[in-house]
Design a protein around this ligand. Structure first.
Ligand code: NAD
Length: 305
């Protein structure tokens, strides 16, 4: 298969590109390298088209010859979207629209997977998060991700485009960058712990997340593209785990064989206390998928650092 991976030089995209190439696919990466890195694709036999998904000419050069598009390119951060909502909207909402439009104008339209986020549930406190819950986005990022998945379902409805909208939860693993202001909690904790720095902890650590190892996520994405799995509604891509940051810190201490220091900070404004997926819909579409356990994922992440 020929697969276009937008955002393929990023954390999830580069892990996916590597898996697809291993599985024998021809992979074209479209990435403007704004948060991704060329080095994430070192040793992976892909064609890298450096440029933006906002460039229709670039999309028209690669999308029509693809069997599938996995659209991951985005400005992937809540605080970034708060600092600059227009840039976030352009990449995440308009960018998705342009990718879907290039696909539906293709003579043989490719299957398109898109990446939404658990952030769309926002202020709705109900747990676990099942996809029929009312979405209450609380940031420009969450709004842009609701637009991402809504465009995908609307394009399926009006043009018959085969689309698969996923809501990712807290994905972690190798290639996830640690050294920037918007880094996710696991790479922040692991890099601090390995360097002997205090772990930056926002709030009291009782907040919980449904951490999903990237290896599991990319297996599902590859299967969706290969089997052309579609869904008329968004599907959570997480398995219902619930791990508090306190427990996560304990797991790290166990692995390092020593206690870690904490740099305690006030709770982050807008942080949801708990996030946990209802995986029923996912498991109905992908019955064969077994998630990599958090402990094993942490070991692989620590080994990568
Ligand atoms: P990432 O920043 O590592 O990857 C995003 C990639 O998109 C980067 O390589 C970046 O250079 C590229 N990009 C950004 N704007 C672009 C543009 N206009 N044109 C072309 N390329 C562009 O982030 P990630 O964690 O790998 O996220 C991948 C996708 O998954 C994103 O859509 C994100 O919103 C979504 N997501 C991620 C998580 C998570 O936990 N990592 C959770 C929910 C949703």
């Amino acid at each position: 298969m020929r697969v276009v991976v937008t955002g393929g030089a990023g954390f999830i995209g580069a892990n996916l590109a590597r898996l697809l190439v291993e599985q024998g696919d021809e992979v074209v990466v479209v990435d403007d390298l704004s948060t991704g890195f060329r080095s994430n694709l070192d040793g992976v036999d892909v064609e890298l088209r450096e440029g933006s998904i906002l460039d229709a000419t670039l999309l028209d050069a690669v999308v029509p010859s693809a069997d599938a598009v996995v659209h991951l390119a985005a400005v992937p951060s809540v605080p970034r979207s708060v600092a600059d909502p227009l840039t976030s909207h352009a990449a995440n909402a308009t960018g998705t629209l342009m990718v879907l439009d290039a696909a539906r104008r293709s003579p043989t339209p490719p299957h398109v997977t898109v990446a939404s986020s658990s952030s769309v549930y926002g202020a709705n406190p109900e747990l676990p998060k099942h996809e029929d819950l009312r979405c209450v986005p609380m940031s420009p990022y969450a709004v842009s991700k609701l637009a991402t998945e809504s465009y995908a379902t609307a394009f399926a409805h009006v043009y018959g485009l085969e689309t698969m909208p996923f809501r990712f939860f807290n994905v972690f693993g190798p290639l996830q960058a640690a050294g920037h202001a918007y880094a996710a909690v696991i790479p922040q904790f692991v890099s601090a712990a390995l360097e002997g720095r205090p772990l930056p902890l926002d709030g009291d650590g009782t907040q919980s997340r449904d951490f999903t190892f990237v290896g599991t996520v990319v297996r599902v994405l590859a299967e969706a593209a290969h089997r052309r799995v579609t869904s008329p509604q968004p599907v959570n891509l997480a398995f219902g785990g619930s791990t508090t940051l306190q427990v996560l810190i304990g797991m790290l201490e166990e692995r390092l064989g020593r206690p870690v220091e904490l740099d305690r900070r006030p709770p982050r404004a807008g942080d949801v206390p708990h996030s946990q997926a209802d995986p029923t819909r996912l498991l109905g579409l992908f019955p064969g998928v077994t998630p990599v356990p958090l402990e094993q994922g942490l070991d692989e992440t620590i080994a990568w650092f």
